[in-house]
Design a protein around this ligand. Structure first.
Ligand code: ADP
Length: 284
């Protein structure tokens, strides 16, 4: 088991479940509503902690009423937030999410009034006790400095980088991470409609993965490309955070030194299980 730090955001997710996704200008009633902590980095940590790892989050935590939702959830999963920058003013990022019962799709409107974690704060942290650092691919210029600083000060500390969506200049970060976790929307934005062709187009020493929804996912290590199909649950209930769950499976598989095939298959199984249930609790 390992000590893992994830750098990224925690959000408040307000989730409305509906029978079918509405047309524009419709008025419909939600079947149910839940309010919970979200955010890619912290989602991945919740899964990693269930897989037996010691987890900590580094991000911006604002001292406002909704922070209790985030802190409570992190406490429940024994995820430390002592590497967070704590601010007394502002509002935590909030995601308004509509989940369709008929398809399992999730449509998200995001609002944030919260600064991104800055390099200066990150560089003041003592990372000596960590075995792995995972980054959400956002705030490119600060992240560039963080990744370079990590390579200089902790050259043997492996790091993974999630590339979820296109952001200006994000490609300059690719050579700085040991593991690159790509999503379908990013790949489509680059003009590729195939994960395979996209991964083959990159010649980097990093291990790379690319998820493709209910199709499954690919992994490329040096020049070897492998595929795992998805593992569909009996009923697709909620695909929110499937990618974050997959990423946790990849990180854990690599830490446990599973083979690439075992790691990819494990990550797809875990993500498939997540799609068959609401939320991230009791995935094992
Ligand atoms: P994201 O949550 O970032 O949109 P994806 O939708 O690509 O990510 O899903 C990540 C992984 O989750 C996929 O590679 C697949 O293994 C699994 N997955 C996603 N949707 C389904 C589904 N409907 N059934 C089974 N597995 C799924």
């Amino acid at each position: 088991m390992a000590n893992i730090l994830a750098v990224g955001i925690a959000t408040i997710d307000i989730i409305n479940r509906v029978n079918g996704y509405p047309h524009e200008d419709d008025e419909i009633r939600a079947i149910s509503q839940s309010i919970r902590r979200g955010g890619n980095a912290t989602n991945t940590l919740v899964v990693l902690s269930q897989l037996g790892h010691q987890c900590a989050w580094s991000g911006v935590l604002i001292d406002e009423s909704d922070a209790a939702i985030v802190k409570h959830d992190l406490d429940v999963h024994q995820i430390s937030y002592r590497f967070c920058k704590q601010l007394s003013t502002g509002k935590l990022p909030t995601s308004y999410i509509t989940v369709s019962k008929s398809t399992g799709s999730r449509t998200i409107v995001h609002y944030r009034d919260c600064p991104e974690l800055d390099f200066h704060f990150f560089s003041q942290q003592d990372l000596a006790g960590f075995d792995w650092i995972h980054f959400e691919g956002r705030n490119v210029d600060e992240l560039d400095k963080m990744l370079r600083w990590l390579k200089t000060h902790y050259p043997h500390l492996p790091c993974s980088l999630e590339i979820e969506k296109p952001r200006e200049g994000i490609e300059k970060l690719f050579p700085l991470a040991d593991v690159l976790l790509f999503s379908k929307p990013y790949v489509l934005s680059q003009g590729y409609d195939s994960a395979e062709l996209f991964l083959q187009s990159l010649s980097l020493p990093s291990l790379m993965t690319c998820t493709w929804g209910e199709t499954g996912a690919w992994l490329k290590n040096h020049d070897v490309l492998i595929f795992s199909p998805a593992f569909p649950p009996n009923d697709v209930i909620d695909t929110l955070a499937a990618g974050d769950t997959f990423n946790a499976g990849i990180i854990s598989g690599m830490i446990k030194q599973l083979t690439d095939e075992e790691t990819l298959s494990f990550a797809c199984r875990l993500a498939g299980k997540k799609c068959g249930q609401e939320g991230l609790e009791n995935l094992l």
